[in-house]
Write a protein that binds this ligand. Structure first.
Ligand code: B12
Length: 460
């Protein structure tokens, strides 16, 4: 079969011309597509497309089209599904959004894969070959203790220069169940690990690149992490990972990670408001937070802190408080977002039943456009406060004020990250203007009707 695997781009009903929600240069290959490709027997011809940076091969004819879907990319994925089905291809959807809302996704596709694909993709291909695709494929609820993920090939014929960041997975499952996160919906709360020898086999051929561990927390099992760091130190790799703040406070584990090649960490601070912290399962005291930040800097590890605005405890002071906190502690790299209630999360349920959701047009569930009524802020105050926060943080003064902290780690990476976020902040005001105008108008019914006229337009 000729198989096309797509990771769709974000497509808003309205936005500012040329504005991009996130830095486009972030070249992290889509692991889900690489895994599906690796799982496909050689007799099939598989093409992968990341629409954020590659054109969809409209001229080809495809037997099966697989699309990976996040909530924000769902409208675009549904549109693509409809277009490809009209050409005679069969379409299967998978990923976090179809796994949480399979019936919705099924309206646009021949089949939906719910959950993890490793044990199901072979069957999907066999069924597709026999023209007997089932509407739903559900992964086994009894997940095996050991996580088996195929070895993927990053290098592809049409992409001669290999990626700078190579995604690697060591585990799935997260025990935290944070109110706003949907990860345990798809992977469960029990943590399962890939055998270390298998992780090393994946890393070995690309060890000159940066390895990006995709795990929601690389250190959930301390024992496994110790073993992994000891093995990695022999390979001399450089890696980045998502970890909780507590990991940095575990001095021995942290220094072993640094010795193993840890260069960057994505840490969820989520909120510095005292009221929020009790709801966040990962919270540590503010004093320990300061200690962890200093320790990361002293070790030369880039700390990328993630913050959320719009929690029920937040009022207008949260923006300046967070900015002061970042400046005081000199956090070099930040991703700060507006709370987004993803379907399947506790926060979605709570806001939906309180009538606080503005709409269900998923494209705006992007962590940037507010899609619910905040409790102690108006909608406009949330958008305005967020915009002012980003404008101040990524102003030249805001970047200069943290420059020494950036230099202590990597001047180049510091400037790259901050200037990229500055770039995406520049058109944000216009995006909000377009979004608020759209909110005021009668909104298109969701799911949006896609006329076949869109097909012709896209093919040009
Ligand atoms: C890496 C990552 C990214 C990368 C993606 C880059 C890339 N090219 O991979 C970056 C940093 C760019 C990113 C951006 C965003 N992300 Co992100 N990201 C992740 C993360 C950490 C890992 C995803 C991943 O690749 N996992 C590994 C793959 C193999 O797993 P998988 O995708 O689940 O795929 C398996 C199954 O789902 C299934 N499957 C998946 N797709 C398909 C398709 C078919 C056809 C089939 C059959 C099966 C199938 O098979 C796979 C193998 O079992 C997840 C958290 C998580 N644990 O999932 C968040 C996550 C997916 N991201 C999330 C969000 C919100 C975003 C942003 C909106 C945030 C933002 N504002 O920046 C943006 C959106 C960008 C966009 N274009 O739309 C949310 C999505 C929630 C939701 N309901 O949509 C998640 C779940 C994080 C969270 N805690 O909630 N992200």
């Amino acid at each position: 079969m000729r198989i096309l695997l797509i990771s769709p781009r974000l497509e808003y009903p309205v936005t500012a011309p040329g504005w991009e929600a996130r830095p486009a240069w972030l070249n992290l290959p889509q692991m889900s597509l690489l895994i599906l490709k690796a799982l496909s027997p050689e007799k099939h011809q598989v093409t992968t497309v990341e629409e954020e940076r590659e054109a969809i091969p409209w001229s080809g004819t495809w037997d099966l089209v697989g699309i990976t879907v996040m909530t924000a990319t769902a409208p675009r994925a549904y549109k693509l599904a409809k277009i490809f089905r009209a050409t005679g291809a069969r379409v299967i959807l998978g990923g976090i959004h179809p796994s949480v809302l399979p019936e919705e996704a099924r309206q646009y596709a021949d089949a939906v894969l719910v959950g993890e694909a490793e044990s199901l993709w072979g069957q999907v291909l066999d069924d597709a070959e026999r023209h007997q695709l089932k509407p739903y494929y559900h992964h086994d609820q009894e997940r095996p203790e050991v996580l088996e993920i195929p070895l993927v090939h990053y290098e592809q014929q049409d992409k001669p220069r290999g990626p700078v960041l190579c995604p690697v997975i060591t585990s799935r499952g997260c025990p935290f169940r944070c109110e706003f996160c949907s990860v345990s919906q798809i992977y469960g709360s029990r943590v399962r690990n890939v055998p270390i020898s298998r992780v090393l086999a994946q890393i070995e051929p690309v060890r000159d690149n940066y390895v990006a561990f995709l795990d929601d927390n690389l250190t959930t099992s301390r024992e496994y992490a110790l073993e992994l760091f000891s093995a990695l130190s022999k390979l001399r790799v450089k890696f980045i990972a998502q970890v909780p703040l507590r990991f940095i406070l575990d001095e021995d584990l942290f220094h072993r990670a640094v010795a193993a090649g840890l260069k960057g960490m994505l840490v969820g601070f989520e909120s510095i408001a005292a009221g929020s912290r009790k709801h966040l399962k990962k919270a540590v005291s503010l004093a320990d937070t300061g200690l962890a930040i200093r320790r990361a800097r002293a070790a030369g590890v880039m700390l990328h802190g993630s913050f959320i605005f719009g929690l029920d405890e937040h009022d207008q002071t949260i923006f300046s408080q967070t900015l002061d906190f970042i400046m005081e502690h000199q956090i070099p790299s930040i991703s700060a977002y507006v709370l987004t209630p993803y379907p399947g999360t506790v926060v979605f349920q709570r806001l939906a039943s309180a009538g606080r959701l503005l709409h269900r047009h998923w494209a705006f569930y992007d962590h940037i456009s507010p899609v619910f009524h905040p409790l102690r802020l108006s909608l406009e105050e949330l958008a305005q406060g967020y915009l002012q926060f980003r404008t101040a943080l990524y102003s030249l003064r805001g970047i200069a004020r943290r420059f020494l902290a950036g230099m202590a780690v990597s001047t180049l990476a510091y400037l790259q990250l901050n200037l990229a976020f500055r770039q995406t902040t520049l058109g944000l005001k216009e995006h909000y203007q377009a979004y608020f105008r759209w909110l005021e108008q009668a909104q298109p019914a969701f799911p949006e009707e896609t006329s076949m006229a869109a097909f012709g337009h896209l093919r040009q």
